[in-house]
Design a protein around this ligand. Structure first.
Ligand code: CU
Length: 390
């Protein structure tokens, strides 16, 4: 088993018609020896966009869907861009990327799981050994990305490469899942809100449907954000307050993170107990800023019993609204791992047209992409875990 088992790394570009731009393809390979699933997607044509045109992102508002090829857990991820023959391209091209698990519900909302998020500042993530997000072979995943090529030249035939570290099911001792709670979530719609002048807060009360432990959380705010708090709404106790790094004008560069720990030190969470997330703002402009506010937390949650995880109900209107508001799906063809696939699976790999987002959702905008939940704290979790447990 030491030999690297590489299953069908197939990029079908050579089969694409020469007369027009090749359609993007998605390819999946499994390297069992290294414990990696490699997803490659492309080619993409990325015209140069100068930095002063930062608002003009080269959008690919489409979900690339694929089936997860192994039973086990997702332990980490690293993303890069490369040429057809594997030469590296600037990482900053990946402006945002969100990975979606269409087969699992989010813990708090009737929305499909956002498995992880990636921004151009994201560092590769690797969880401690034995910890991972459980994923069964055949689970339906997808990613959508927004490119921004400001390299100074047009880039043709670019490929996205996602290296997803996995651990086999037998070694997954501590299953963890992403958690997302927003102060103003409207499933399928926008989560921003009008920001009044001066100091203000916006809060949302919620429950967890099952008990477990919270390993760590990160926060997200827009400019003039001060902090985001996670509270026990029944006792009023502030469980953690994540402060924003603000400059003199109140513009924020990032929001802090907090890690309780991966084991017994993780924060106990009680099912059907009332919790609260609060966004604190201080808007110095003297005016209400239309849709200027946003606040949410992204966490890593370890359920006491994974069997209690809320079931994904595809007939639920919120779930349907959430999926419909994901970036519009484009026709993609996928090559399959050489092993263990049948025609039905192959069909599942093909595109499923999705309805366009509702006119008011704005869900494909650059700012919303940025605000989709992910697991941004995980690389920091790893640092902490390394220092705590080694
Ligand atoms: Cu935001």
């Amino acid at each position: 088993m030491l030999a690297s088992l590489l299953l069908a790394t197939t990029l079908a570009t050579s089969a694409a018609p020469r007369s027009r731009a090749a359609e993007p393809q998605i390819a999946i390979s499994v390297d069992s020896a290294r414990g990696e699933v490699i997803i490659t997607a492309g080619p993409y044509d990325l015209p140069n966009m100068p930095p002063d045109m930062a608002e003009m992102h080269m959008g690919t508002p489409q979900v690339l869907r694929f089936d997860w090829p192994v039973d086990g857990g997702l332990r980490g991820f690293n993303l890069s861009m490369q040429t057809a023959d594997g030469k590296p391209l600037p990482k900053s091209i990946i402006h945002h990327l969100i990975a979606v698990n269409f087969d699992r519900r989010q813990i708090v909302y009737q929305m499909v799981e956002r498995l992880f998020g990636w921004g151009k500042e994201t560092d590769p993530v690797m969880l401690p050994s034995g910890v991972g997000v459980p994923l069964a072979k055949g689970q339906h995943l997808g990613v959508y990305a927004m490119w921004h090529n400001d390299s100074g030249r047009d880039i043709h035939n670019a490929y996205l490469k996602m290296t997803l570290a996995f651990i086999p099911k037998s070694r997954l001792q501590n299953p963890v899942l992403p958690m997302y709670v927003d102060v103003n979530n409207h499933i399928g719609g926008v989560t921003t809100f009008d920001l009044p002048p001066g100091k203000s807060t916006r809060a949302y009360d919620f429950e967890f449907p099952l008990s477990g432990r919270l390993i760590g959380i990160g926060g997200h705010l827009h400019d003039y954000g001060v902090a985001v708090r996670f509270e026990d709404a029944e006792t009023g106790k502030v469980l953690v307050r994540l402060k924003a790094d603000r400059d003199g004008k109140g513009e924020i560069s990032k929001v802090g993170r907090f890690i309780w720990g991966f084991h017994e030190e993780a924060l106990p969470i009680e099912a059907h107990h009332r919790y609260r997330v609060v966004a604190e703002y201080d808007n110095p402009t003297g005016k209400t800023i239309a849709q200027g506010g946003m606040g949410h937390i992204n966490g890593v949650f370890s359920p006491n019993d994974m069997a209690e995880w809320p079931v994904l109900d595809l007939a639920n209107a919120d779930i349907q609204r959430d999926i419909a508001a994901l970036p519009t799906y484009n026709e993609m063809r996928a090559s399959r791992p050489a092993k263990a696939h049948d025609s039905r699976e192959a069909m599942d790999m093909k595109s499923m047209p999705m309805s366009k987002p509702p006119a008011d959702s704005g869900s494909a905008s650059a700012s919303d992409m940025q605000d989709m939940p992910g697991m941004p704290g995980m690389s920091r979790l790893q640092q902490r875990a390394d220092s705590t447990h080694h």
